[in-house]
Design a protein around this ligand. Structure first.
Ligand SMILES: C[S@@+](CC[C@H](N)C(=O)[O-])C[C@H]1O[C@@H](n2cnc3c(N)ncnc32)[C@H](O)[C@@H]1O
Length: 403
C-alpha cells in the first residue's frame, strides 16, 4: 500500500488509454462511440483522490497527413458515461459525429482523419490529462461502411484500430502536430514517459526559432518511442535548418517503433540516424562514437535498473568529451535512495553534476497538453508544475583530463 502511494506521488499527469478497438472505416453524419480509461505513465489506475465528475472533455478533428486541425470536417461530441458500463473500473465514453463544415460544398471522400480527445480536470490542480489522438480512420460513404463487416478469414486488426497517439504543437507549427505513436506492447521503450515529455517540450521551446549557424550534434540515448530526437528533426525540417545532426539509439528491438514514428511524421530530415546501442557493449559504443563527437547527449528516463548503472556510466563516459553537455531526465519511482545515489557515485570521478530540476527555463512549459490546455494566466503558455511529474533534470559535464 505504501509502495502504491509512493508510485502515485508524482503521477498527476494522466493518460487517456483506449479501452475498446474502433472500426477503421466510418461514415459522416452517424454517431460512433469511443471508450477510454485513465492511467498514469506506468499504466496503473487512478488514485482514490481522483474525482471522475471533475473531468471535462473537448474533441478536435485532425487530418491525418500532415496532422493538422481539419479545415473541412467538424466533430460534434457528447460525454456519455464516466463509469464503466459493465464493471466498476472508471471509464470515459464519448459519442461523436463527423459532419462537413461547409454543407453546400461537401469535401471529397474518403478522408483520413483522427480524433483528438483533450480532457481537463477541474477538481484541484493535482491532476493534468494528456490528450489522446486515436483511431486514424477513413471517412467514407455510408454504403461502403455498411459492407465493412469482418470476413472470418481476415485479421480483425485490419478492421479496427486501438492506436494511441500523442500530439505536440506550438503556435509556430502553423496548426501542425508532431505525432508519436505509443505501443505499450513494446514494453518500456514503447511508452511516452513523463521525463521525455518534459525534456522534449523544454528543448523545442529553447531551440525555436531554429537559427543555428553551425552544426550541433545531438545524441538521444535510449530514445524509446524516439520522441525527443524525432521532434528535433521535425523542427529542423519545419524550419528548413539542417544544422542539427541527430542520432537516436536504443536496444535493437526498440528501433522499429522509432522508424514507424519517423514515417508517421514524414520526417525526411537528412541529418538523422537511428542505430542500435546497448549500454556497455564496446562494438555498439564504437559505432556511435564514430558519429560524434557530440555537443549534446540526452538520456531521458534511463535510471531505473541499478544493475545496469555501471554499463550506462561506461557508455556515457566513452561518448562524451569535456565539451559535451549531457542532460539526464530522472523520475523518482521505486528506487531506494541508496540505489539512486549509486548512479551519481559512479559518475562522480568523471563528471560534474548539477541538479537543474527547478530551473524554470528548463522545465516549466508543456506543449503536449493540446489546444484546450489549462493556462495559469492568459499571457502564459500551458504550464505543468514540477510537482505533477516529479521529473528531475541533471546536467553532467565531463571533467577535463588534467582536472
Ligand atoms: C523508461 S524508457 C525511456 C525511453 C525514452 N528515453 C523516454 O524517456 O521516453 C528506458 C529506455 O532505456 C532503454 N534501455 C534499457 N536497457 C538498455 C540497455 N541495456 N542498453 C540500451 N538501452 C536500454 C529501453 O529500451 C528504453 O527505451
Amino acid at each position: 500500500m505504501e509502495f502504491m502511494d509512493h508510485l502515485h506521488s508524482h503521477s498527476g499527469l494522466l493518460r487517456l488509454v483506449p479501452r475498446r478497438p474502433f472500426p477503421v472505416t466510418i461514415a459522416p453524419m452517424q454517431w460512433y462511440r469511443l471508450e477510454f480509461h485513465m492511467a498514469n505513465e506506468l499504466g496503473t489506475l487512478l488514485p482514490s483522490t481522483f474525482n471522475l465528475s471533475d473531468i471535462h472533455v473537448e474533441c478536435s478533428l485532425l487530418d491525418k497527413s500532415p496532422a493538422a486541425l481539419s479545415s473541412h470536417w467538424h466533430i460534434d461530441w457528447q460525454l456519455l458515461l464516466q463509469q464503466g458500463a459493465w464493471d466498476s473500473e472508471p471509464s470515459l465514453q464519448i459519442q461523436f459525429l463527423i459532419r462537413p463544415i461547409n454543407t453546400s460544398l461537401p469535401p471529397h471522400l474518403p478522408a483520413h482523419l483522427m480524433v483528438m480527445v483533450s480532457p481537463t480536470y477541474d477538481g484541484d490542480n493535482s491532476f493534468y490529462m494528456l490528450p489522446l489522438i486515436t483511431a486514424p480512420f477513413c471517412l467514407t460513404s455510408k454504403r461502403q461502411t455498411a459492407n465493412n463487416l469482418v470476413p472470418n478469414n481476415r485479421a480483425w486488426s485490419n478492421y479496427v484500430t486501438q492506436h494511441m497517439y500523442r500530439g505536440f504543437s506550438l503556435p509556430c507549427f502553423d496548426q501542425r502536430y508532431f505525432l508519436i505513436r505509443e505501443s505499450w506492447v513494446h514494453g518500456t521503450p514503447g511508452k511516452l514517459w513523463d521525463s521525455a515529455l518534459v525534456i522534449s517540450d523544454a528543448l523545442a521551446r529553447q531551440l525555436l526559432p531554429l537559427n543555428l549557424t553551425r552544426p550541433l550534434k545531438v545524441l538521444d540515448l535510449s530514445a524509446g518511442t524516439g520522441v525527443i530526437g524525432l521532434l528535433l528533426a521535425f523542427i529542423g525540417q519545419h524550419q528548413n535548418n539542417t544544422m542539427l545532426d541527430i542520432t537516436l539509439t536504443d536496444v535493437p528491438e526498440a528501433l522499429s517503433l522509432i522508424h514507424d514514428n519517423r514515417c508517421l511524421n514524414k520526417i525526411t530530415y537528412p541529418r538523422l540516424s537511428v542505430a542500435p546501442l546497448r549500454w556497455g557493449i564496446d562494438k555498439d559504443i564504437q559505432a556511435i562514437q564514430a558519429k560524434g563527437p557530440f555537443d549534446v547527449i540526452i538520456a531521458s528516463d534511463v535510471l531505473y535498473e541499478p544493475i545496469k548503472f555501471q554499463d550506462l556510466v561506461k557508455t556515457l563516459d566513452k561518448l562524451t568529451t569535456p565539451s559535451t553537455q549531457t542532460w539526464i531526465g530522472y523520475k523518482r519511482r521505486g528506487l531506494k535512495l541508496e540505489e539512486e545515489q549509486s548512479f551519481f557515485t559512479l559518475c562522480h570521478p568523471r563528471f560534474q553534476i548539477l541538479d537543474r530540476s527547478l530551473d524554470e527555463n528548463v522545465i516549466h512549459c508543456f506543449g503536449w497538453l493540446g489546444p484546450h490546455a489549462p493556462t495559469l494566466t492568459t499571457s502564459l503558455p500551458p504550464c505543468l508544475p514540477h510537482r505533477v511529474t516529479g521529473v528531475q533534470i541533471f546536467h553532467l559535464s565531463k571533467n577535463s583530463p588534467q582536472s
